[in-house]
Design a protein around this ligand. Structure first.
Ligand SMILES: [Zn+2]
Length: 227
């Protein structure tokens, strides 16, 4: 795979990076995948897990069975990441700004989102109120795809049905797959652009950070393999 690193913008002198992992011989079946992480700066597993994807494709000798191009933005919110806080330095939640575009970060990632047709968008987060991994789906098509992937993931990592039972705004679609009604999210925007499969991945903060990172990576890879 061909790997390229680019800086697509700066926030307070901190770079937002884009890593492009491309099939050197693409054809009409080559799938485009977008991975975003670190939009909430205090949700720590996403950026290192997305970097593990880069390492995976750099170090795996035979990746010919992956007919994909993967575009990774490992840290959408570098000021939030540095401050270890959810919002950016201007107190804007970028994952609620993708319908207003007040933040510079939102405008930078919008450009990448509109650059090409993606087949899958995965946005990495973590959450305190859960004990197992789950995904938040953006649309009906994603519900079905997510159901399949989470059932495979469930063989290695248990997915409890009870998660999110008390939270009304999270609607359970199938085991490990939920929906929300939040506006201005990254996956909501890519879904509006016509990306058929859009997910937020939620790692449970009850796990050690290393486990959150490792399992987020496994789940990212599982989605990519099953596309
Ligand atoms: Zn989050």
């Amino acid at each position: 795979m061909k790997i390229q690193f680019d800086i697509i913008g700066y926030i307070q002198n901190l770079p937002i990076e884009l890593v492009s992992i491309e099939n050197p011989k693409p054809d009409k079946n080559t799938k485009n995948i977008l991975v975003t992480a670190g939009v909430h700066g205090n949700e720590r597993p996403g950026p290192p897990a997305s970097e593990m994807l880069v390492d995976f494709f750099r170090n795996t000798i035979d990746t010919s069975y992956f007919n994909v191009n993967i575009y990774i933005i490992p840290c959408v919110n570098p000021t939030g990441w540095t401050l270890n806080q959810r919002r950016n330095f201007q107190d804007i939640d970028i994952n609620r700004d993708m319908d207003q575009f007040k933040a510079k970060e939102s405008n930078i990632i919008r450009k990448i989102m509109k650059l090409r047709k993606y087949d899958l968008h995965l946005d990495c987060h973590s959450f305190g109120g859960i004990s197992n991994f789950l995904v938040i789906s953006a649309n009906y098509k994603s519900d079905e795809f997510g159901k399949g992937v989470m059932s495979i993931f469930g063989y290695s990592y248990p997915i409890k049905k009870k998660d999110f039972k008390k939270k009304k705004k999270y609607k359970r679609m199938s085991e490990g797959v939920f929906r929300t009604t939040n506006n201005g999210t990254l996956k909501g925007f890519t879904s509006k652009l016509g990306v058929p499969y859009c997910f937020r991945i939620e790692a449970p903060r009850k796990l050690s950070l290393l486990d959150q990172i490792q399992e987020t990576f496994e789940l990212l890879l599982l989605f990519i393999q099953n596309l």
